[in-house]
Write a protein of this length. Structure first.
Length: 358
C-alpha cells in the first residue's frame, strides 16, 4: 500500500485569491459568425450548406461583386463559429485568442484564413474583431478508393492573438467602497475564516461573512489606499479551508475520492467474490454407417461456481479517513467492490458523509 503524502509542517492553507473570486473581475464570452477561405477543396459543399452560399454571396456583394445570379460552386469556403473570452479590464487595441469551429460539412479547415468577423457579447454589442490564419491540430487524408485517416479534430482550430478588442467593459475597481468575494466552494467555516484573516491583516473590521458563499469587503475609513491596494494586500493571505464530508464515485471508471472529514460508525464488513465459469465443449455426433442420419454438433456445457471465503472485519466507530481506507484495503477489495461497500455503509447509516455519484 502506498504511504500517504505528508503535508509540509509550515503549510497553512491556500491563498484567498485561489479559493474566491472578486466581484467584477471576470471574463466575458464572445461569439461571432464568419467565413474561412483558402481551403484546398475541403470546405462546405454549397449545395448542402445554404447558409454558406448566402454568406459568400453577401460578402461578395459588399465588395462590389454581383454574385446573386452566379453559379457558386466552390469547396474552398467554410462557414464557422468564432468564440473567445474577453479578459477582465481588457483595453481597446489589445489582442485576444480566438477559437474557430466549422458549422457546415467542411472536412478540414487546414490552411484556411478567417475573414473579418465581429465578436459580440450577450448584449449584442461588438467587443472585438477577429481575422487571421488558422492553426489546426488535426489532419485528415483521403485516398482515391475512399479510405481515409483522421487524427485530432481538423474542423476546429485557434488563432493566437487573432482578435483586436474594440470596446472596453467599464468597471472602476479603484474607487469602489465595497467589494464582494464569492467562494468557489461555499462553506460557513471557510467564509468566517476568510473574514477573520482579512480583518487581522487590515487591522480593523473590513470584512464580514454574508453567507456561506459570500464575504463582503469594505474599505475602512481612513484607509490610505484605494480598493486595488486593499485587494492586493489581502489576496495572498493564506486561509485554512474547511470542507464537508463527501465521497465522490465515478462508477464508469471505478474511481473513488474521499475527503479527509469522512467518518464511520462502528460496523462489521464482509466481502467475498463469487465466480461463475461456463465452459462449452461441443462434440460431433455421427450417424451409424449406411444410415440416413445427419452429422450434427451437440453442445455440452459445464457450469462451475466458486465463492471465495470472506471474513468479517470490524471497523471501529469514529475512525478518520486513513483507518477507513486501511480497513477496506485489509479486505482486499477492488475499487468497484469498494463502491458497493460505501453505498451499503451509507444505506446502513454507518457513514457520516455525502455520496455523490458522477
Amino acid at each position: 500500500m502506498t504511504a500517504p503524502i505528508a503535508a509540509p509542517a509550515a503549510w497553512a492553507g491556500p491563498r484567498i485569491k485561489d479559493i474566491a473570486d472578486f466581484e467584477g473581475v471576470r471574463e466575458n464570452q464572445l461569439v461571432g459568425y464568419g467565413l474561412v477561405v483558402g481551403l484546398a477543396g475541403t470546405g462546405d459543399s454549397l449545395r448542402n450548406s445554404p447558409f454558406t452560399r448566402q454568406s459568400l454571396a453577401a460578402m461578395l456583394e459588399r465588395l462590389g461583386v454581383n454574385a446573386a445570379e452566379g453559379n457558386l460552386n466552390t469547396r474552398n469556403v467554410a462557414a464557422v463559429m468564432v468564440t473567445s473570452n474577453l479578459p477582465p479590464f481588457a483595453t481597446q487595441g489589445s489582442r485576444i485568442d480566438v477559437t474557430v469551429s466549422a458549422l457546415g460539412d467542411a472536412r478540414s479547415l487546414a490552411g484556411g484564413q478567417l475573414l473579418v468577423t465581429p465578436l459580440m457579447g450577450a448584449d449584442q454589442q461588438v467587443y472585438a474583431v477577429a481575422q487571421g490564419p488558422l492553426a489546426i491540430g488535426g489532419f485528415q487524408a483521403t485516398g482515391s478508393s475512399g479510405s481515409s485517416v483522421t487524427r485530432g479534430v481538423p474542423t476546429a482550430g485557434r488563432i493566437a492573438s487573432g482578435a483586436l478588442v474594440e470596446r472596453e467593459i467599464p468597471f472602476d475597481l479603484a474607487n469602489q467602497r465595497e467589494l464582494r468575494l464569492a467562494l468557489r466552494n461555499p462553506d460557513f467555516t471557510t467564509a468566517r475564516r476568510i473574514a477573520a484573516a482579512i480583518n487581522a491583516t487590515v487591522g480593523g473590521p473590513a470584512a464580514r461573512a454574508l453567507n456561506p458563499g459570500t464575504v463582503v469587503l469594505q474599505r475602512p475609513e481612513g484607509y490610505a489606499g484605494d480598493m486595488v491596494e486593499l485587494v492586493t494586500a489581502i489576496e495572498n493571505v493564506e486561509v485554512e479551508v474547511d470542507t464537508v464530508a463527501r465521497i465522490v464515485i465515478d462508477e464508469s471508471s471505478g474511481i473513488v475520492v474521499m475527503g479527509e472529514n469522512v467518518n464511520v460508525s462502528t460496523v462489521a464488513i464482509a466481502q467475498g467474490n463469487l465466480t461463475i465459469s461456463v465452459q462449452e465443449d461441443p462434440f460431433v455426433s455421427q450417424p451409424a454407417p449406411f444410415s440416413r442420419g445427419d452429422t450434427v454438433v451437440v453442445p455440452s456445457s459445464n457450469v462451475d461456481v466458486e465463492e471465495e471465503p470472506g471474513g468479517l472485519v470490524v471497523v471501529p466507530g469514529g475512525v478518520p479517513l486513513r483507518q477507513l481506507v486501511n480497513g477496506l484495503n485489509a479486505l482486499g477489495v477492488t475499487p468497484r467492490d469498494m463502491i458497493s461497500i460505501l453505498q451499503a455503509l451509507k444505506a446502513a447509516g454507518a457513514i457520516q458523509a455525502e455520496i455523490e455519484v458522477m
